[in-house]
Design a protein around this ligand. Structure first.
Ligand SMILES: Nc1ncnc2c1ncn2[C@@H]1O[C@H](COP(=O)(O)OP(=O)(O)OP(=O)(O)O)[C@@H](O)[C@H]1O
Ligand SMILES: O=P(O)(O)OC[C@H]1O[C@H](OP(=O)(O)OP(=O)(O)O)[C@H](O)[C@@H]1O
Length: 205
């Protein structure tokens, strides 16, 4: 049996689709339920439903053999696991954004609001820039509007949220999409189950 950590939320439907396309009897993933563990009828797969940011943790600790999660979450978690496959869905970019005139102040002591504190710290540290990172949990675009921060470091997909709030992308930093990840030990001990699944998934990405 392969244990799979799946993210609740945005990624959920496409995750279900890819398992179904691969011929796995995962229709149960489409059902409305509050259950956090679902097993396929043939007992070949067990799915755990967790917050996106917890997917790498379940995989790193081997509770789940594999998982699907956004690259942004992987960068931020910094877990010890294998990234196996770019699944190519939920594409977006991690960007620095703000008011266009703030671009000029980039060399100064910048305040950066973000959910991605670790990733932002690494980014600015690698550039030798001394910035103040302000941790927020959502509505990140509000920070420059209210003067809490100079810029934000956040996901941009359609750009609609930025536009609606008079903000612009100042710099595209990372291309983001859903990734298949695997536990390092499981990849050895369950290779005969996991590798054919990855081979099958590759046909659909
Ligand atoms: N606006 C967006 N458009 C496309 N993909 C997005 C967007 N926002 C986030 N994503 C991608 O989808 C993944 C899951 O997003 P989702 O909003 O479900 O989780 P989250 O951002 O971790 O939210 P929460 O903090 O509520 O758990 C993100 O990690 C990212 O890779
Ligand atoms: O470019 P867009 O298509 O507008 O998407 C980007 C927005 O989507 C995400 O927020 P989310 O919807 O997850 O809400 P949040 O504010 O609760 O993080 C992200 O943090 C941006 O705010």
């Amino acid at each position: 049996m392969i244990n799979v950590a799946l993210a609740k939320g945005r990624l959920a439907e496409k995750c279900a689709d890819i398992f179904i396309k691969c011929g796995i009897r995962a229709e149960i993933l489409k059902e409305e339920t509050r259950k956090l563990v679902l097993e396929t009828a043939d007992k070949k797969f067990k799915f755990f439903f967790v917050k996106p940011s917890d997917v790498p943790t379940y995989v790193e600790y081997g509770i789940a053999d594999i998982g699907i999660v956004g690259k942004d979450t992987l960068l931020e978690a910094g877990c010890d696991l294998y990234e196996m496959l770019d699944l190519g869905f939920e594409k977006c970019k991690l960007c620095v954004a703000g008011f266009p005139e703030n671009e000029k102040k980039a060399g100064a002591h910048l305040r950066v609001a973000t959910k991605y504190v670790n990733t932002a710290k690494r980014l600015y540290f690698s550039r030798g820039e001394d910035v103040e990172i302000i941790k927020l949990n959502g509505s990140i675009e509000l920070a420059p509007l209210t003067g809490l921060s100079d810029v934000i470091f956040d996901i941009v997909q359609s750009g609609g949220t930025l536009r609606a709030n008079g903000l612009e992308v100042l710099e595209e930093v990372f291309d983001i999409s859903a990734r298949l990840i695997a536990n390092k030990v499981s990849l050895k001990t369950k290779a005969d189950e996991i590798l054919p699944l990855i081979g099958e998934m590759k046909k659909y990405v």
